[in-house]
Design a protein around this ligand. Sequence first.
Ligand code: GUN
Ligand code: FE
Length: 504
Amino acid sequence: GALWVSSTDGRIKGCDWQARDEVSFKALLARNGWVDIDAPEANGSDGNEVKVKIVIANEERNEFFFPGFIDTHIHAPQFPNVGLFGSSTLLDWLETYTFPVESGFGVQADQSKGTGKLPKDAPPSALRIYDHVVARTLSNGTTCASYFATIHVPATNALAALCHLRGQRAFIGRVCMDNPDFCPSYYKDISADDSLSATRSTIEYIHTLDPKGALIKPIVTPRFAPTCTRPALEGLGKLAAEYNPPLHIQTHISENTNEIALVKELFPEASSYAAVYDKYNLLTKRTILAHAVHLTPDERSLIRQRDAKISHCPASNAALGSGIAPVRVFLDEGITVGLGTDVSGGYSPSILEAARQACLASRLLGHTTSFCHTESKQTLQNGNSDKPTLGREKLTVEESLYLATRGGAAVVDMADDIGGFDEGMIWDAQLIELGGVKDLGDNDNPLDGQVNGVQGLVKTGPVGNVDLFGSETWQEKIHKWVWSGDDRNVKAVWVGGRLVHSRS
Ligand code: GUN
Ligand code: FE
């Protein structure tokens, strides 16, 4: 199959595959936004519009195109802390590792030095770290990310400018934290008013940077209930609703049991954690709730009613020992779910790693009774613990890739535009190179004649996926990519039809 991408608006103008109608593995992948392609070639033009023909899988080169990944939850300023969490859990991790690193983004910039397209007041250290974040996420195939920045307006604006320059689709959130009873004195907003006016100033900067929001959009970001006073939460809910369309909102919910107890203590009037956000109009169809590990059935029902979305962050939930989010339950109940790396609660900037961890976490959940399906729980209670219903919690590789692309697109309320290769969608894509073993026939290779009698075997392309005998099905190739691939497999990345990364 092939498809055509327009040079004018970077959108897909047509495709000729019919796999979506077939009941087959390929149809499943096609539904998830995967199709067969070859190599990009320019083919004809009408007016100034050049339509580039792209054929989706090349057996010979062991390459295929895939929709760009969507990271629905990542903290850009925490990048220097990747891999640093010791054996901490959420609340002491925030105090020991996270607030200190984030507070560093407030250093004063030397405004006498011009920075061209970047905000003049941006501290150089923030520019350096944020540029690295955008480059690294792009090189991992992340074409769209929803970022938490810090409380500092100049550094947050710089993150927006860098995403815009490098061409990554992004939601940029200036973090709000004004509660003096929880936030450290060295890293907090002065007051609720200060929190709101600083948020407003970042929103205005982003609206000037990208007036149509074609690439970069602001996102209202109360860090989580414990860091915010009631007036701040109320003001942020109102602020988001002031715009047409209303602004996106992101926060954390129900990640860790001590955090839940703390919310109960700080907001005794609320019937639940989710109810705190709902009271201040922060649960909307454009709200991204990160983690959601320990939600009650009533909270899930409220979230479903408001059509708020969940960012599943399995690597982080494992690393900080937060627990296992019941993704199958969310999906069965009709809640929209995408994946988040949650750097640096999560130790990896890769959504492929998040997909893999989502699969692993769901396999472990099948062995616990606390959060299984009623159906599975009954099976367990009846003592038939190895009956097939127990496996219902398991996510398949294909489902995890769905969450990484189409699911994420729905979480950021862009399901019609990104996450797949449907006609009319935007060409946000990655070219995956699986590599392999090839007979170059040079007779110099020490493996000559050693492996199955094949002459001149050499490894080509990136490691991690070796189709030794060239006999793998596409399903096997995709499974090996998800379980063993990494950024070395990402050969090139496009956002809106623009090449934004290629592996050197
Ligand atoms: N809850 C409040 N802030 C954070 C954060 O930075 N990371 C995670 N994982 N949870 C949080
Ligand atoms: Fe987080």
